[in-house]
Write a protein that binds this ligand. Sequence first.
Ligand code: ZN
Length: 411
Amino acid sequence: MALTDITREAVLAAIAEFDRLGRDAFLEKYGFDSSRRYWLLHDGARYDSKAIAGAAHGHLPGRSPLAAKEFSGGRDHAVTVLRRLGFEVTSAPNGDSSSFQTADEIASAIGDLRPASASGKPMLKQAVVLLWAIGRARAGQDRLLGWADTVAALSPLLQAYRRDGESRHGRPDYPIAALFNAGLWDLPGRTDVPRAHGTAAWAWFAEQEPEGGLPEFVYALARRSGPARVRMIDAIAARFFDDFDESGLLTAVGLYDEGVAADEAPPRGSSDQETARGRSPEAARSDYARLCELVARRETRTHGQRRTRIAGDPIRIGVARRAVLLRSEGRCENPGCAKPAPDRNDRGEPLLEVDHVEQLADGGRDHPVQMIALCPDCHRVKTHGQSRHQLIPVLTQRARELHDQWMCTGG
Ligand SMILES: [Zn+2]
């Protein structure tokens, strides 16, 4: 028996069975854990790719299903087999194009939320719940949490971050029910979640005490991918905050620092580091364009009719840094040097210093067009060397050129 024997028909049969049984029962029947890394996409739905592959083997005539320990679910095996049969399998995700696409879907679900309003503005409760959960994912805390712990963690946040006219109680029942109904919250095994606002929801949660958390693919993105995390935060800000300064709330949930834009370091020696490095030039350029778009989105903020430039946003600086490191392709961007970075860090990023070509006070922006990646030697010269006055105009021009090159060939 071998996984490579499975056919397209057998996979479709497994998908149909998954739909019929529901996810939890399907995984339980075949003894698989939920997917952390790869999903099979079919007709707009996501399936745990390894479990589908194992179950498909049991749909071959005269064969039995393969157990989880009998084969690898990774890129080298189940994923390859499924792709060869013509199925789309996505990986979740580092900060690459595929994670951008998934993050866009999540952002659009966030944009569709219809919170009740207080003094003409959206109430913040759903935003507080989502940001808290994204902060937990980033910190590597468990995806699901019991009801009592959820209430204890959220109550102080809900009481502290609210609009004038928004109720003072810290109960997360209704925002969680609303997020569940929007597909942005998972309450495993529950389908009868109340839709009505008020005591009905609170009584249901108090009685059922459901475990809950972000849906798995949302959690996986928030956990692993910095740009996807930033995209979600921005979508929440666009939908809810408008004129509300969310930096206090972001700080409270652990999402207001440069590292928010960084990926989780993949496990040592995993193939992920290699794939991140070996990405095609087109994909790298399209990622660069998307990162610049994230920077631009965080650069100004609408206050009523007025657009205000936001200074010193650590999340924006983190995204801009990341874009510049991608653009550097691991080499010093000083045209007179171009030396390779001495090494990479655990996330696979080149060890280069990303610097503003001009001081912020002199009109420099936290934007890749005015930032440059330098090797340690060039960075020291630019900061302290006598020749820095000649070097800075060269670097200013070079950053602009590289940025234009990367943007105009971007997808
Ligand atoms: Zn250099």
